[in-house]
Write a protein that binds this ligand. Structure first.
Ligand code: ADP
Ligand code: ASP
Ligand code: MG
Length: 408
């Protein structure tokens, strides 16, 4: 028999309690019975990481970053141990592996560390000894020998990194929906499941807010050509395959609509219209490690001053406002406005490259619903708009219908 190595990843809802963990063991057993070697990556039980983040947030320590990671990484350890025990109960040899035991080496950016290298020797010896490896997702070992975490949703990235390092035949991401949909099925009830989606579109979808896969996991799968599948741990369905563009025969114009509530808007009213102003604003923001997403600047009517609007994450809003306020003397703007009640809605599709009119259809559909567009940004395969947060559901559903994506 041809032995293949498979990586399976199970998210929080899929391991929410012991019954669910037993169901997960069933999925693992299927691969073991088929004669495959299996490395399983697990998340914390649903809600555990949120709770840890909340508690850690109530303490103001001098060494927040490292201890924060130590706290929020605990959930995955419990799941890995429990799943290994349940597998053993079923007569399947298994052991748990924490990030540092493998080790999964990351850079030093605590809270959103990047995986740099995975040492596979010990893991491979265990797999070759017919043991299922149950690996904690989301965590690694930093250069300072401390536990690091990979950012929220990071277990997806652990799974793909492991699949790449082990040259796995497949990486299956088991979650609480049965694949990647044209839009978040929790909001757009007419969303359709996609059988296939390109890496590029999945990357845009993830980075524009569709949290079904962490952005970095898709980046990594694309780079290493990992065969990635998203499927439900609750139902026996084939799921969605993430593939190269050549593998998709009929390409839709728009394949998905994503949204992100994690945006906040800042406007500098009547800022001087002269060279160097943009650098004077965005330089200090970058120095404060604040990522700026969308930017619009108007042409000035009088050649003297113009309005400049940009967005940051909601979590960075307060700091960003403080930075801009501090520079008021240098920038000389008249007024400063900010608004956290905004959402970014994006339509994504590789078909856009060769077809005009996608943005226009978006603007029309939003206009028909009386939704005002505050900021627009585009790239080769996506159009994003910033609108008032209260219109999120209305906008997503209207766009889904406008692009002909609704399920029958
Ligand atoms: P897990 O805990 O398994 O990692 P997540 O909650 O991180 O699961 O991701 C799955 C969720 O992603 C779904 O429940 C769904 O609400 C959301 N989601 C957002 N956009 C999409 C989409 N386009 N397709 C499928 N799910 C989506
Ligand atoms: N438990 C972590 C989180 O909730 C990682 C993950 O589930 O992917 O963000
Ligand atoms: Mg997730």
């Amino acid at each position: 028999m041809d032995v293949a190595l498979i990586v399976q990843k199970f998210g929080g809802t899929s391991v929410a309690d012991l019954d669910r963990i037993r169901a997960v063991a069933g999925h693992v057993k299927k691969e073991v019975d088929a004669g495959n070697q299996v490395a399983v990556v697990v998340s914390a039980m649903a809600g555990v990481t949120d709770r840890m983040v909340e508690i850690a947030g109530e303490v103001n320590a001098t060494d927040n970053a490292r201890e924060y990671d130590t706290v929020v990484a605990v959930g995955e350890q419990a799941t890995a141990g429990l799943l290994s025990m349940v597998l053993q109960e079923d007569g399947i040899a298994a052991r748990s592996w924490q990030g540092w035991q493998i080790p999964i080496r990351t850079n030093a950016t605590h809270g959103r560390a990047r995986i740099e290298n995975i040492e596979t020797d010990a893991l491979m010896r265990s797999l070759d000894g017919n043991e299922v490896a149950v690996v904690t997702g989301f965590q690694g070992l930093g250069p300072d020998n401390r536990v690091t975490t990979l950012g929220r949703g990071g277990s997806d990235t652990t799974a793909v990194a492991l699949a790449a390092a082990l040259s796995a035949k497949r990486c299956d991401i088991f979650t609480d929906v049965d694949g990647v949909y044209t839009s978040d099925p929790r909001i757009v009830t007419k969303a359709r499941k996609l059988d296939k989606i390109t890496y590029e579109e999945m990357l845009e979808m993830a980075s524009l807010g569709a949290k079904v896969l962490q952005t970095r996991c898709v980046e990594m799968a694309m780079k290493h050509g990992v065969r990635l599948r998203v499927l439900s741990s609750f139902a026996d369905q084939p799921g969605t395959l993430v593939v190269d563009e050549e593998e998709i025969v009929e390409q839709e114009l728009v394949s998905g609509i994503a949204y992100s509530r994690d945006e906040a808007k800042i406007t500098l009213v009547r800022v001087a219209d002269r060279p160097g102003v943009a650098a004077a604003i965005f330089g200090p923001l970058a120095e404060s490690d604040i990522n700026v997403d969308m930017i619009v600047q108007n042409i000035s009517a009088d050649g003297q001053a113009t309005d400049l609007t940009f967005t940051v994450t909601k979590g960075d809003l307060e700091r960003a406002v403080a930075v801009v306020k501090e520079k008021r003397g240098e920038l000389g703007y008249d007024d400063l406005d900010w608004d956290a009640d905004v959402v970014k809605v994006s339509v994504i599709g590789v078909g856009m490259r060769s077809h005009a009119g996608v943005a226009l259809a978006m603007f029309r559909a939003l206009a028909e619903k009386g939704i005002n567009i505050q900021v627009i940004s585009t790239s080769e395969i996506k159009v994003s708009v910033l609108i008032a947060e209260e219109y999120t559901e209305l906008a997503l559903r209207a766009l889904h219908t406008a692009y002909g994506l609704d399920a029958d």
